[in-house]
Design a protein. Structure first.
Length: 289
């Protein structure tokens, strides 16, 4: 059992947590996933849902099962997009979103987040042949980003402040944005650097694309997204994550998804763990900005 979990009885925690009540009653936890967001959360051609965030949530699910003293806890995967993920959490259609969602002060007004499980920054991808290296080079061009993301807000803000006269093209998802760049209909795609690196790595010819060195943000944390105000459930999730982060499990998960070939194409991110992320794992805290 979990040594560091909250000291309340299971019955007391269930009483104070709408999410734990629902999980205990149904014997099922609903996990939100992304259709194509490697290496964090994606569906294989076989239909299996995999990824770094998914593996974290699988481990959390077993912790929750033990805490609720259930013999079995089934998992139902619910597909979420950048535009639908917040409403799915708010309405209780998913219990926890396991993808790559940035924890911000604005978002914490309506949803909650777990301890940080990854750190990244906003960058952009362009075609190598276009010779674009900075935001200034995008002046007067078309630039795309997915609706409902922090990144499109950052793009719009920089566009206004620097008077770049960029035509911003919002899309439904990251795949659509990347295709706009690949086809030449947009000059750049603004998104989290780690997600862009993954999309470049799994493209037919990665040499055709250039990931910007310039960042549009400070390092930003990803967290697992939870229902707002369900303190008992968030405490259980965070205490479970603290145990995962403290042992060898997190090192094995990171190695599996960021420094090793991953399915279905054996893409390898070749991304060693950053100092900021090692610090986040060693001393997890509630993120406040």
């Amino acid at each position: 059992m979990l040594g560091s979990l909250v000291s309340w009885s299971t019955a007391s925690a269930e009483t104070t947590s709408v999410t734990l009540q629902a999980i205990s009653k149904s014997g099922k936890i609903r996990i939100g996933y992304r259709e194509a967001e490697p290496p964090f959360s994606y569906r294989l051609p076989s239909g299996e849902v995999v990824g770094f965030s998914i593996d974290l949530c699988k481990s959390l699910t077993d912790h929750i099962r033990q805490y609720l003293k259930l013999d079995k806890l089934d998992v139902e995967y619910v597909m979420a997009t950048p535009a639908t993920r917040f409403i799915l959490v708010k309405t209780g259609n998913i219990d926890i979103e396991c993808a790559a969602t940035t924890n911000t002060a604005e978002r914490r007004k309506t949803v909650d987040f777990s301890y940080s499980n990854f750190m990244t920054a906003t960058q952009f991808v362009s075609r190598t042949e276009d010779g674009i290296s900075s935001m200034k080079d995008l002046t007067g061009r078309s630039v795309t980003s997915a609706s409902g993301t922090v990144n499109i807000d950052q793009l719009n803000q920089i566009n206004r402040e620097q008077k770049l006269n960029i035509a911003v093209i919002p899309t439904k998802n990251n795949e659509e944005s990347f295709e706009l760049v690949a086809s030449g209909r947009a000059s750049a795609f603004v998104m989290d650097g780690i997600l862009l690196a993954a999309m470049i790595a799994q493209s037919p010819d990665p040499s055709k694309y250039r990931l910007s060195e310039e960042t549009l943000s400070e390092p930003e944390p990803y967290g697992l997204m939870l229902r707002h105000g369900d303190t008992a459930f968030k405490t259980l999730v965070n205490d479970s994550l603290r145990e995962i982060f403290a042992g060898d499990e997190i090192k094995a998960l990171y190695s599996k998804w960021f420094t090793s070939p991953i399915p279905p194409s054996n893409m390898n991110m070749n991304l060693p763990m950053s100092a900021a992320l090692r610090k986040a794992y060693a001393a997890p805290v509630e993120f406040n900005d």
